[in-house]
Ligand binder design. Sequence first.
Ligand code: HEM
Length: 209
Amino acid sequence: MPPTRRSAPVKSGWPVITGLLLLGFLPVLGGVVRLNELSAGAAVGQPFALSVASVAHIVSMSVFCLVGAFQFSPALRMRHGWHQNAGRVLIPVGFVAAIASVPLGVFFTGTPDERAAAIVRVVFAAAMIVFLVRAVVAIQRRAFATHGAEMTRAYAIAVSGGTQALVAIVWTIVGGELDPASETGVVAVGFVINSLVAEVIVRRRARRG
Ligand code: HEM
């Protein structure tokens, strides 16, 4: 009898999930600190709508980064229902996270020299919204590979806060304390690194078919 061919076991993806959770950890921690400040009255004098946007942005971006990490597990994608059900929650959450950051950046209440970093964030929030829209259109057309590519790009932007923290550490070691101009550089470099990594992953997946 000819030997039967065994299919390769589906990967759990735990190393990737763990890396993504670690990357999301620092910005989420920063978000928790800010939520604490807001509940202690840090936003007094600021328009109420901005405080609402701030809370919506922090909570939804944190959920998107943490729960979204599990969407990259091949094993969970094979398990019927998990990926689809989580996705139905995560896509609206991602939209709220990105859209809420626009008023925060446009009506920025920080110091004028921090405005440039806020503008960079708004530009990448706009890109995240575009990628999410394209991911939704792709899934409606059952174009699964395109959907995966667009979600990878959106997620890479969302977890850029972790990369920015790492870049800030390196920048501080090499160039000393950060000023607002170098902080803007750190924010931009973090977004660019993550977007490039996402592009490499997307292209590698496309080559493998
Ligand atoms: C887990 C991820 C993230 C967390 C926890 C987080 C948290 C925060 C916090 C605490 C603020 C300050 C809000 C305030 O002043 O009340 C903020 C501001 C802002 N965030 Fe995020 N954020 C995350 C990711 C992102 C991403 C990926 C983008 C853009 C693509 C973004 C765009 C913005 C913008 C435009 C502002 C307002 C301008 C500024 O403070 O520089 N955030 N975020």
